[in-house]
Design a protein. Structure first.
Length: 160
């Protein structure tokens, strides 16, 4: 079942790079008492994700903060080393938290996994964005297959 507006995010644990080492970060720790702009991509270093999706959030970080967003987070079904390298490549710095959902547990828990085997990618996450306040989904924007519109940074900024 796909998560919907008004639902509390399921408990899951991402992996982030902290002090040069992989570290767990729970959904609760990410979202407790915060407004989070969370967006998901099918894969790090993939064309749309690298050319438009992640850069849009990086470039709009100050605008998100001005609208009360505490954290911008990017999640992908990739390992923490790939997510860390992608964040460095895209120069996100502290503007975007790079969340590794290595086994796709979060994507599956929110019902937004996709089958990328036709592209040699295995199980991945659909492209989407959501506004989460204190663990509760306030906005949810799931892209149609092959689209990049409603999960873009400018679309989400218009919802805040």
């Amino acid at each position: 079942m796909t998560i919907k507006v008004g639902d509390k995010l399921p408990e899951a644990t991402f992996t982030v790079m902290k002090d040069g080492k992989p570290s767990p970060l729970s959904v609760a720790d990410l979202t407790a008492g915060k407004k989070v702009a969370l967006f998901a991509v099918p894969g790090a270093f993939t064309p749309t994700c690298s050319a438009r999706h992640l850069p849009g959030y990086k470039e709009s970080a100050a605008d998100f903060r001005a609208k009360g967003v505490d954290t911008i987070a990017c999640v992908s079904v990739n390992d923490v080393f790939v997510m860390n390298a992608w964040g460095k490549d895209q120069q996100v710095g502290e503007d975007v938290v790079m969340l590794a959902d290595g086994n796709g547990a979060f994507a599956k828990a929110v019902g937004l996994e996709m089958d990328g085997t036709g592209f040699g990618m295995g199980s991945r996450s659909k492209r989407y964005s959501m506004i989460v306040e204190d663990g509760v989904v306030k906005q949810l924007n799931v892209e149609a297959p092959g689209e990049f519109k409603v999960s873009a940074a400018d679309f989400m900024l218009g919802q805040l």
